[in-house]
Design a protein around this ligand. Sequence first.
Ligand code: IPM
Ligand code: MN
Length: 378
Amino acid sequence: MIGKQQFRLLVLPGDGIGPEVMREALRVVEWIGQYAEVEFTIRHALAGGAAIDAYGTPMLDETIEQAMHADAVLFGAVGGPRWEKLGFDLRPELAILRLRRELSLFANLRPVTVFDPLIEASTIKPEVIRNLDLMIVRECMGGLYFGEPRGIETMQDGQMRGFNTETYSTVEIERVARVAFDLARHRRRVVCSVEKANVTESGLVWRQVISKLHERDYADVELRHMYADNCAMQLVRNPKQFDVIVTGNIFGDILSDLASMLTGSLGMLPSATIGVPRGDRFVPAVYEPIHGSAPDIAGRGIANPMAQILSVAMMLRLSFRMEREATLVEQACIAALAAGARTADLAAAGEKALSTWEMGDAVLHQLEETAGKRQLTA
Ligand code: IPM
Ligand code: MN
């Protein structure tokens, strides 16, 4: 008998609601393992504030090492008021920033998909968002987050001065743009590149490099350019004009939070952080919800686990090539929502809100249902 296929998974729940939503995601992972008869070898490690408290550093080198040797990293969220006073070399956020950088994961994929049952949960009018399906490709190894010089200095007159640098080079722009163009080829073939070429040199280089690459290798895809401020406005005015958006680190961070509200809640958006694929798989890669650790609601068991569960679906698809199972998880999430399952962030006034655990139950229940039906028709 051939042994089961094996995948090594590193789980980093992090802080705040991270561990709460991760618990539900792992129930889904376990279910899929049994259903698909694959073996997930799961290791857990501390990251962010939890690691600072335990080891005095947001991420041990050993954990980075483990991540490098894993097939995928499932990440929760990091940060919280407890650790806000620490220096940048010690902050919880450094955990995710180090992972992205040291694993050479330069593209952060943030799909903005509006699920029909949630049309009413969004603050935007139904006709504006119905069937919305766009993808934000955020560069995440460069730009303002990592540019040098950076620092805080005291000037001669005693004033403080904080400074950061936005930089983008040809290679950095081309590799993330390729991810966007390649994705667009499997979608509606439109890429919108977003920067501030009207005021920044890095934006101007971004625009020129993408245009050249487009001409050279991707003439079959339509390329549009947009300034970041206009893009923010267009995302709210008419988001369906977009197919794939490609942008730098800081604009991608901001625009993806904005776009998440089109789907009903920040608690709905998953993400995948990928680098150069190994064969047809992205290994290693990091999968995480785009929401943060939400210290205001942490510990109460009311957080929405959907973004973390949908991140599992992205992992199944991109790192493990389990397309069938990825779709199964996504369908189960939609079915749970269609059946009325709502955590507090999604519930209308007066509507019953489920706990994090109950929402996990609702998804697992739908997984059982769908899998059962499939077996009958198989
Ligand atoms: C995100 C988060 C991170 C970021 C933080 C936690 C460093 O906001 O993934 O969007 O700014 O990239
Ligand atoms: Mn963010």
